[in-house]
Design a protein around this ligand. Structure first.
Ligand SMILES: *Cc1c(COP(=O)(O)O)cnc(C)c1O
Length: 362
């Protein structure tokens, strides 16, 4: 007999992307930033390491909250930092849902939402998107009406498209909250300004952001959420006391204060993104116009998995992703299986290496 919780026994567990630790890979598989973080980050870490490691950090990370509040134009009480944005997603699940509550999320999107619901043992549901990645609000209405916690990544992953504010507002559950996961928000044409939090439904929307992508700090583990102070207060009750360590708090504060650095990396990535999209289209791929730091593409005839493996044999790592039941079954998708390739925007030399290998293979 198993001693584990039944929900743990049944769990598949989230499978993160491959993280080869040896050098020599062109790594375009987990949406990291190819450029280094601001030099101010390393300075802040060094300074903190010299004299702040023997004492506990501020459990609320207030100095970071003040810096983020200034940059974002909100009050510090609206900010809650976490050990990576993923931790805030976990905290939100624990704050809002019991086992009879429904957690829902678009499908295909970030697979972690489903894993978090399975761990918590709540009811959960996939909300089906149209083949062009738009929302079928009418089809999803019955599930939305029962939803307590809705996760929506915007821009979405793996597709990279972004839904407009009107669509997002129409999704806010009547009896629940919407978590707007803006992990890729900084890469969009019109970067988010938190306007939805100031509107009518603002107290039922929680925005989450990460330092792993636009701020080049995936190795650090830091993210934060922006929400109504009542929500922040409830989330604080649920989190570990010292969920953010002194080094990451200091580093994140330095990073968010250096907007110029982040924006200049963003501009390089957006330029490379345009180039990559054009090149993939010329190679015969269908490419979803991306608002993120990656591109989703499918090929009308070639096996995506074989392309991924052929690239991997050349030490070029991209992400092969498959979503059973992701589309309506038709001639092109006999079992309703949606699959494709997600390519992170690297440096220009990395993207060139990828493109020349891919054109050889094809
Ligand atoms: C990368 C990512 C996150 C996680 O960010 P971390 O801060 O690294 O935990 C959350 N949501 C989406 C959609 C992501 O792609």
């Amino acid at each position: 007999m198993s001693l584990f919780r039944p929900s743990v026994d049944q769990l598949h567990g989230y499978v993160p992307g491959e993280q080869p630790q040896e050098p020599g890979w062109v790594k375009l598989n987990t949406n990291e930033n190819p450029y280094p973080p601001s030099p101010a980050v390393v300075e802040a870490i060094t300074r903190t390491a010299k004299d702040r490691l023997h004492v506990y950090p501020d459990p609320l990370g207030r100095s970071f909250c003040r810096a983020a509040a200034e940059v974002l134009g909100v009050e510090p009480e609206w900010i809650i930092p976490a050990n990576g944005s993923d931790e805030n997603l976990t905290i939100l699940v624990r704050t809002f849902t019991d086992k009879n509550d429904l957690i829902s999320y678009p499908y295909p999107s970030y697979i972690l939402y489903e894993t978090l619901a399975e761990i918590q043992g709540t009811r959960h549901a996939r909300l089906r998107l149209n083949a062009d990645w738009s929302w079928n609000t009418r089809l999803n209405r019955p599930l939305l009406e029962q939803t307590k916690l809705l996760f929506v990544p915007n821009p979405n992953s793996p597709s990279g498209n972004k839904w407009d504010a009107g669509t997002i507002l129409s999704l806010v559950p009547q009896q629940g909250v919407l978590v707007l996961d803006e992990a890729y928000g900084d890469f969009a044409d019109q970067p988010h300004k938190l306007e939805l939090l100031r509107g009518d439904k603002g107290d039922r929307i929680i925005v989450t952001r990460t330092f792993s992508k636009s701020y080049s700090l995936a190795g650090l583990r830091f993210g934060f959420a922006v929400a109504h102070p009542d929500t922040v207060a409830a989330m604080r009750k649920v989190k570990d006391s010292y969920n953010c360590d002194a080094l990451s708090l200091a580093a994140a504060e330095a990073a968010i204060r250096d907007q110029a650095w982040m924006l200049s990396n963003r501009a390089k990535i957006v330029a490379t993104r345009t180039r990559l999209q054009t090149a993939l289209t010329e190679l015969g791929f269908n490419v979803v116009p991306s608002q993120a730091n990656f591109v989703w593409c499918t090929h009308p005839t070639r096996s995506h998995e074989e392309l991924y493996l052929a690239l991997k044999a050349r030490k070029i790592l991209i992400r092969y992703m498959k979503f059973p039941g992701g589309v309506d079954a038709d001639a092109a998708h006999p079992e309703g299986l949606l699959d494709g390739l997600r390519i992170t925007i690297g440096t220009d030399p990395q993207v060139d290496a990828f493109l020349s290998a891919l054109s050889e293979i094809i």
